[in-house]
Design a protein around this ligand. Sequence first.
Ligand code: ATP
Length: 297
Amino acid sequence: MTNIVSIKQLTVSTNKKNQAPTELIHAIDLRFTKGKITGVVGESGSGKSLTMKAIMNILPESLVADMASFRFNDEPVDFHKRLPASMIFQDPMTALNPLRTIGYHLVEVIQRFQKVPKKQALKLAEAELEKVGITYPAKRLKQYPHELSGGMRQRVMIAMALLAKPELLIADEPTTALDVTIQAQILALIKDIQAQENLSMILVSHDFGIIAGMCEEIKVMYQGEIVEEGLTTEVFNNPQHLYTKELLKAIPNGNKSDKLYAIDHQALQQRMNQPHHFESISATHRYLALNPEVAYD
Ligand SMILES: Nc1ncnc2c1ncn2[C@@H]1O[C@H](COP(=O)(O)OP(=O)(O)OP(=O)(O)O)[C@@H](O)[C@H]1O
């Protein structure tokens, strides 16, 4: 099994003038299997987005990433270079220019990768919209982002991401801003595309339910660290880390009258600080024992 991404000792810190740096991501090792969807789950603020932005080399200037080694497709890469990877974000509106048509956005990506005249690029754009399940694609090309629903805008973002022919697709909370039925449709689309193209994907979500339904492998993030990782079935059925157990309790069960379970962080921290807390590594160790070929070199 090859890794699409393999990083050792990734650290992300603040980088502000006249201020001591604060470490936000704490020397984590990351490995994502090629051709699969790997889930990264954790609450808001656990460091999921910063980790993804560090992989994509799109951190804001106020932050800086450092790592001991970075391999893409099993080749060492200079992490200051852009990877053949695309990223989809939670809010497509921020990634789309409100003054430009959908067609403009798609043609721009197509012409960045292929030398084709505009007319032909528009035909390719139309076909791509159809592929991501957008009805009346020819009409949509002439529309502006605000004329489309949230779900349709996210489909456009997926089309744009795919047109860049990525070897890795990172979807960071791609359905969080959408209502539940549309969420399910977009997740089904992502899963279909991944399977059809055998794409390597990282799916980031705070929702363990989504991750468990979509991903074969999973990493749990907490306070800038990976606290547990392994096969989803294993982590889901037999969580080892206290935080993972709490996250699993927090999965909404679809019953609207149920109060959402809130994690008591203070109590969790106290339990984690107890001397017998050595659970975090065992799922990883078991995973590596079962898959020795993916062990770090
Ligand atoms: N530009 C920044 N400067 C300083 N701290 C930051 C910056 N961006 C993020 N952080 C902090 O880093 C931590 C991790 O943020 P990150 O956005 O990666 O979390 P997340 O798990 O993706 O959550 P969310 O889903 O809410 O974005 C948070 O504590 C956040 O406050």
